[in-house]
Design a protein around this ligand. Structure first.
Ligand SMILES: [Zn+2]
Length: 202
């Protein structure tokens, strides 16, 4: 999905309807920040908002996902392209989650191994011991970095309170309480801080 193109399309239609971001947001019962985010190409409308948004803008979901008005003769072809694209994005996200898990496990294993070697082997000298621990820590830090980089890019978090799905900023993402599939995040929609659940789709 070309988020930038879709965002510009939403902005253009909204202006044609002589609506401000605020007015469109009010009609959809969401914050104007969310509308602004879409229009800047920083996220797609969540699935539950797609139909109401399309209704307000006078387009079909197929056109929304294409980021343009579609002539009748191309309609079917475009619809199939969009469906395939959605399926592909989902699969890629799943793959990313597997890679993440593998990287995280390898990082932790390396650290455990280094600490064990440093602590258990009697003939290990102090400098080598320090080296092992530093080495293990660096590997762990690197794997955390990789996991965060992949993770921030994958899917969204769902607010426990209002159900809004959103992508947190990297800073917010790192400095927050982690569960296995949850993060304690502040919802940009209702403003409540809840244990948001990770979702694979937007
Ligand atoms: Zn919320």
């Amino acid at each position: 999905m070309d988020q930038v193109k879709i965002g510009q399309f939403i902005a253009r239609l909204r202006k044609e309807k002589k609506l401000t971001q605020r007015q469109l947001a009010d009609k959809l019962l969401i914050s104007d920040k969310t509308v602004s985010k879409w229009e800047c190409g920083k996220g797609l409308p969540e699935v539950s908002l797609m139909l109401p948004l399309c209704e307000e803008l006078g387009i079909s979901v197929n056109e929304l996902l294409s980021g343009e008005k579609i002539p009748e003769k191309d309609y079917r072809e475009k619809a199939e392209e969009n469906i395939m694209e959605l399926v592909r994005e989902r699969e890629e996200n799943k793959k990313k989650l597997v890679i993440e898990a593998v990287v995280a496990c390898m990082g932790v294993l390396t650290l455990v191994l280094c600490v064990m070697l440093a602590g258990l082997l009697e003939e290990v000298t102090t400098p080598l011991r320090i080296f092992l621990i530093v080495f293990g820590s660096v590997i762990v830090a690197a794997s955390i970095g990789i996991v965060v980089a992949i993770d921030v890019d994958t899917g969204t978090f769902e607010c426990r309170s209002c159900g809004e799905r959103f992508v947190p900023s990297t800073k917010e993402y790192i400095f927050t309480t982690h569960g296995l599939t949850t993060r304690k995040l502040k919802c940009p929609h209702c403003g409540k801080t809840t244990n948001c659940k990770k979702r694979l789709t937007r």
